[in-house]
Design a protein around this ligand. Structure first.
Ligand code: SF4
Length: 311
């Protein structure tokens, strides 16, 4: 398998990054993403929650760190953060504190303006997630409330602020194989390859327009991961939503094909995920090693300064 060769050439193939994704503000989103139970337009029975308090977020980050996670990602169901100054400032504080715990920090908060990206960078953000979801051509079938170009613009703001770009997509939305190629082509021809590329298999949630989509087969997932690995050799390719449906041998094939990152923790925003203990058993059986966090020298210095001046 060509992707396995590329993977071994560009990475330590045993190393797998463990990220934890926490929904810090859930539901009530004004967007119409057809796959998403957090959109206020669909009746999925999801209970909306306001922004979580600092104590609750720190507690979750601590627990994730203790369970071996090295990257903590906070997700908020917003179209964007414009006009949410108080909440945004709170999130900047969360970012700083989690970074000071020695974890990589990622956020996914919707569309970002240039200034907000700069502020997140200053707070110590490692990466910002904003998925392209699918190809530019298929995109209008899935979302109508924001354009593909607006998504690309957010990625530009993130990149220009010096934050790592995390961007990938979802398969199983009813797209053609060409759309999967189109998505990977767009990602691979950005000015620089995204640092991380989450590959999600749709989790069809009752009440969303995509509730009746048939589940993605493991071979489709493997093919998508393998192609992402070949066209973006150095990126972290993350086996993301839908992993809970795959057996350990199936996940092993995904790692072999080039996946080197997973989300750990019982929930992936609002849908179920594999639990920590099951993942630790899988790491042991497959001989996988947790990837240590990595920071640029500048980031490490900032963190040392923050630690030595705190308290
Ligand atoms: S994917 Fe994000 S932007 Fe779209 S409806 Fe869900 S929370 Fe809102």
């Amino acid at each position: 398998m060509e992707s396995a060769q590329v993977h071994r050439y560009a990475h330590n193939f045993r190393e797998v990054q463990q990220c934890t994704l926490l929904s810090i503000k859930t539901g009530g989103c004004s967007e119409d993403c057809s796959y998403c139970p957090q959109s206020s337009r669909y009746h999925t029975g999801l209970k909306p929650h306001k922004l979580m308090t600092k104590d609750a977020v720190m507690q979750a980050a601590k627990q994730a760190k203790e369970a071996g996670s090295t990257r903590f990602c906070m997700g908020a169901a917003w179209r964007d953060t414009v006009g949410r100054k108080t909440n945004f400032n709170q999130i900047l504080e969360y970012v700083k504190e989690i970074r000071d715990m020695g974890m990589e920090v990622c956020c996914t908060l919707g569309m970002l303006e240039k200034q907000q990206a700069l502020e997140l960078k200053k707070a110590g953000l490692t990466a910002y997630n904003h998925n392209l979801d699918t190809s530019k051509e298929y995109y209008p079938n899935i979302i109508t409330t924001r354009t593909y170009d607006e998504r690309l613009e957010t990625l530009q703001h993130v990149r220009e602020a010096g934050i790592n770009v995390c961007s990938g997509g979802i398969i199983g939305l009813g797209e053609a194989v060409e759309d999967r190629v189109g998505l990977l082509h767009t990602l691979a021809t950005l000015p620089t390859h995204p640092e991380s590329v989450p590959i999600n298999a749709l989790v069809a949630v009752k009440g969303t327009p995509l509730q009746d989509q048939k589940p993605v087969e493991i071979w489709e997932m493997i093919r998508m991961i393998a192609t992402a690995r070949i066209v973006m050799p150095k990126s972290m390719v993350r086996l993301s939503a839908g992993r809970v449906r795959f057996s350990m041998p199936e996940q092993a094939l995904c790692f072999l094909a080039g996946a080197n990152s997973i989300f750990t923790g019982e929930k992936l925003l609002t849908t179920p995920n594999n639990d920590y203990d099951a993942d630790q058993v899988m790491f042991k059986i497959l001989g996988l090693i947790p990837k240590a966090p990595s920071f640029t020298e500048e980031e490490a210095e900032n963190c040392d300064e923050a630690v030595s001046t705190s308290g």
